[in-house]
Design a binder for this molecule. Structure first.
Ligand SMILES: [Zn+2]
Ligand SMILES: [Zn+2]
Length: 347
């Protein structure tokens, strides 16, 4: 009998459905993976709202996942049926100048599995064997689905040149902000302040390594930052929200010569910045997106983190609509929402 793959997709803003596709034959270098856990990412939410800059609807969704290898292409020797794995979900050309110099995240033709119609809110995903990573025995499938966002945090923190003795402020305690805090802690930094407006998220940031938390709704943020960083300002900031106000804060709280790393996804394409301060304080501002050689590091550090703790809600794959609705419900303060095979799970 012909095997069918069922994939969740966003048909129109706010509406999810499923498509059923016959399972196609693998190429020699590919691997088929049965999805065991698949997480909703901020970028999936941009797609769900119909506001993703590069992704037109209808579109399949999901790129943070883990699973079990069910089939391997004829030339794949590294993987065998039954292996527990996660996947780096980008697709790069391998031949452009950036790819050939090793900066594959700058590939001129980079795309992602879900943008090619192979989202991970599905029964199966097909990936190139060389983009597959083994999950250590001590990591659950739930943790395995969170390696991708941890790799994003790893990339941002590696770019930020963190050093022992630095003071760090992270603006935004969504999953990425919390994981950036964890990676700063694992880089040896012990002064890490996280700013957000929701206490449950700040508690999460503390559990993952923040030494200070500031609730921007309740506290006098400017005063708290001065208490934390001193009058000179802090060494490093990370913007993990994607708004003008927080971008400016990430610049203003730096000491002279400090470095701000912008990780948030902005729905606006342009904002204004305090340019006089930028010049007078010799501030450095850089972006960080995606990952490049970061998956092995993320997997290694994940062994020392309680990643499952980030999962606030779990739904069976056939309740994708509810899962997305929940992701946008601020009253439920969702952090990470996971979809798993099966049908009966209560939240
Ligand atoms: Zn993601
Ligand atoms: Zn390339």
């Amino acid at each position: 009998m012909e095997q069918i793959n069922r994939l969740g997709r966003v048909v129109s803003p706010g509406v999810v459905d499923y498509i059923e596709r016959p399972v196609a034959a693998l190429s020699a270098t590919q691997v088929r993976i049965a999805v065991k856990a698949s997480a909703i990412c901020g970028s999936d939410l941009h797609i769900f709202k119909g506001m993703h800059p590069f992704c037109k609807l209808p579109a399949t969704v999901g790129h943070e996942f883990s699973g079990v290898v069910t089939e391997v292409g004829s030339s794949v020797s590294r993987w065998k049926i039954g292996d527990r794995v996660t996947v780096e979900p980008c697709i790069t050309c391998g031949v452009c100048e950036e790819c050939r110099s090793g900066s594959y995240s700058y590939c001129e033709h980079i795309t992602f599995l879900y943008r090619n119609g192979d989202g991970a809110m599905a029964d199966h995903v097909v990936a190139e064997g060389d983009h597959v990573f083994a999950l250590p025995d001590t990591l659950s499938f739930e943790a395995g689905a969170l390696i991708e966002p941890l790799a994003v945090a790893t990339h941002a923190v590696r770019r930020a040149d963190i050093a022992l003795g630095h003071s760090v402020v992270i603006v935004g305690a969504g999953a990425i902000g919390v994981l950036v805090a964890a990676m700063c802690r694992h880089s040896g930094v012990n002064r890490i302040a996280v700013v957000d407006t929701v206490d449950t998220r700040l508690d999460m940031a503390r559990a993952f390594g923040a030494s200070h938390t500031i609730n921007a709704m309740l506290d006098d943020v400017e005063q708290k930052i001065r208490e934390f960083g001193g009058s000179a300002g802090v060494d490093r900031t990370f913007e993990c929200v994607g708004r003008q106000e927080t971008f400016v804060q990430a610049m203003m709280w730096l000491r002279k010569g400090g470095l701000a790393t912008m990780v948030g996804i902005f729905e606006q394409t342009e904002i204004s910045i305090p340019v006089t301060r930028f010049v007078s304080h010799e501030i450095h501002v850089q972006g960080a997106q995606g990952y490049c050689w970061d998956f092995p590091i993320a997997i290694d550090v994940a062994k020392e983190l309680d990643l499952e703790r980030l999962v606030t809600h779990t739904f069976p794959m056939d309740r994708l609509q509810e899962a997305f609705d929940m992701a946008l419900d601020r009253s439920k303060a969702p952090m990470k929402i996971l979809l798993v095979p099966g049908t009966n799970i209560d939240n």
